[in-house]
Write a protein that binds this ligand. Structure first.
Ligand code: HEM
Ligand code: HEM
Length: 184
């Protein structure tokens, strides 16, 4: 089934969930690695990785738009029945924060590049600058982008931990409902 039902996520939502999970975790790892490289002479490896990070980051933004449209246009599967109210609210709140971060991270990255007057490319097409050159805003946006990244890491740990707890301790269908059907 391509679309969601009240009981289960559909194939499109599942594919977008796992594709984006891999992409976002990859972008965090790449972001942390490339910024840890020394600046001396601004070596080619560091520059190449930053270009790759920016290109994949814009891909994440494009996928986030598709995902949000799909999410709004589909029914939302219910959470497993016997959860206390605070866990239902916490789970939905974390999902909402993920949607916010899926937009805030790439947009802050794009704003950061614009403030530094460094162009952003997507599949060879130069994207427009979002703001004019401004060194103070650049420094601020570097910090914002970094802290949003840390918030995303924290929420992923919480969210994945909760999913694994449901699967291995509560032994309910939470993780199965988000798992690719063919491998269930
Ligand atoms: C969902 C998408 C994205 C995620 C999860 C992400 C994550 C990260 C992380 C974790 C870092 C390391 C932060 C640090 O330690 O300083 C980073 C750095 C960076 N990101 Fe992203 N990023 C995303 C999208 C983008 C986009 C779209 C751009 C630009 C178009 C971008 C440009 C940069 C740049 C230039 C740095 C290096 C900043 C510095 O010099 O400290 N990112 N990103
Ligand atoms: C970057 C990493 C991740 C992000 C951004 C993310 C985001 C989301 C979002 C927004 C939802 C709500 C459904 C939707 O709108 O698609 C969701 C559901 C879910 N995610 Fe993740 N996820 C990530 C990683 C993971 C991982 C690593 C696991 C498992 C270990 C996982 C397991 C689940 C499960 C089981 C659900 C269904 C929850 C329910 O309906 O009760 N996710 N995820």
């Amino acid at each position: 089934m391509l679309i969601n039902t009240r009981q289960c996520y559909g194939t499109v939502a599942i594919a977008l969930h796992w594709l984006m999970a891999m992409l976002l975790i990859g972008l965090i790892a790449l972001g942390l690695y490339m910024t840890s490289l020394p600046d001396v002479g601004f070596d080619k490896e560091k520059l190449g990785l930053i270009v790759l990070h920016k290109e994949c980051g814009i891909l994440a933004l494009a996928l986030a738009m598709v995902r949000l449209a799909w999410r709004v246009g589909n029914v939302l599967p219910e959470l497993v029945g016997d959860l206390p109210d605070w866990q239902k609210v916490a789970a939905r709140f974390v999902h909402l924060c993920f949607y916010g971060l899926m937009f805030a991270l790439p947009i802050s990255g794009w704003l950061m590049s614009s403030a530094a007057s460094i162009p952003v490319f997507f599949f060879g097409v130069r994207l427009p600058d979002l703001i004019a050159h401004n060194d103070y805003q650049f420094q601020m946006l570097v910090d914002v982008h970094e802290w949003l990244g840390y918030v995303l890491i924290g929420l992923i740990v919480l969210h994945a931990g909760a999913a694994l707890k449901h699967h291995f301790i509560s032994r309910d269908s939470t993780l199965k409902n988000m798992w690719p059907r063919a491998t269930r």
